[in-house]
Design a protein around this ligand. Structure first.
Ligand SMILES: [Zn+2]
Length: 310
């Protein structure tokens, strides 16, 4: 675990350096490094990439006859990339802050680690969340039952078979749509007529990214505080493969990203810095409450979160 500081309900990891190795992709072959960096690693401008090459923050490892050569500086400006080359980048990593909360270990043995994860703590080890992510649950054999707090009077029980469509606006309309079949079973546990909100048990039979959030949105019962699928740019279920829709969403995503930026830049790496998020907006009323082995070798149940008391 990296060191972190706590401030204003957030857990903040100070920026740190990491060496990133990327093997040259087919479409990068026979191109100049600077050209590839400028088109594929867009967090920096061409000038900044050039500066980074000159400072040895970017090098290329090339294997020639059992030997690995390190290409650097001026060599990199004239040499074209080849199959098998590895681009090494020294990257200043700025992790997004997460909610500051205790992580309770529910169960641990050689095979499995079960933790009661506070909302807003990412659980999948995405590169971006290198240190802030807890050790992975060995997902393959672990099934989970979730509890969610949703808007509206949810039916007593329901099943949703909608395809889960993930939109990644940065990847463009051709590659930015990922559609997968999915099934979730739902059961209403409680309804509050005062709030017009329901507590719902969710059993995903497939494990797609954002599956429960998307299914609940599609059914018209979004998670109460979902900043993406209720209050955000993906609040309505539209045909995202329609180029016009995709373009509109991409524009909205870009402008909401810009709203998050400050006018300050990192002194180390020159990246534009993000505002501290509102901790309340990082919390999502969706919680994995039960974990069980798919062959029923074991099961673990955690407490209902406070927000289920409606
Ligand atoms: Zn930096």
């Amino acid at each position: 675990m990296a060191s972190y500081t706590s401030a204003g309900g957030l857990r903040i990891v100070p920026p740190y350096y990491r060496q990133c190795a990327t093997t040259v992709k087919e479409r990068w072959r026979n191109r100049l490094l600077l050209d590839v960096l400028t088109t594929e690693f867009r967090e920096f401008s061409e000038d900044q990439h050039l500066q980074r090459i000159k400072n040895n923050q970017i090098t290329v490892q090339r294997r020639i006859k059992q030997q690995t050569l390190q290409l650097r500086q001026d060599q990199l400006l004239s040499e074209r990339l080849k199959q098998g080359d590895v681009i090494m980048r020294r990257v200043h990593v700025h992790e997004p802050p997460i909610v500051d909360a205790e992580i309770e270990t529910v169960y641990e043995d050689e095979e499995v680690l079960v933790v009661n994860k506070p909302a807003g703590v990412p659980i999948h080890p995405v590169q971006k969340f290198y240190y802030n992510t807890m050790s992975a649950i060995r997902n393959k054999q672990v099934r989970k039952v979730y509890v969610a707090r949703v808007a509206g009077d949810f039916p007593e029980s329901a099943v949703c078979n909608d395809d889960v469509v993930i939109v990644e606006t940065k990847r463009g309309p051709r590659d930015g749509i990922d559609r997968k079949s999915a099934t979730t079973e739902f059961k209403r546990l409680k309804y509050s007529s005062v709030l017009d909100e329901s507590i719902v048990e969710c059993r995903p039979l497939t494990g797609r990214t954002h599956q429960i959030r998307i299914h609940l949105r599609n059914m018209g019962f979004p998670i109460v505080n979902d900043q993406l699928y209720r209050h955000g740019i993906l609040a309505t279920n539209e045909d995202y493969s329609d180029p016009d829709v995709f373009e509109r969403i991409a524009k909205e995503a870009e402008s909401s990203r810009k709203e998050q930026l400050t006018d300050q830049f990192c002194k180390e790496c020159d990246k534009q810095l993000f505002k501290a998020p509102d901790p309340a907006k990082l919390v999502l009323y969706l919680h994995a409450r039960e974990y069980y082995h798919e062959e029923n070798k074991w099961a673990y149940v955690t407490e209902y979160p406070e927000w289920t008391k409606i």
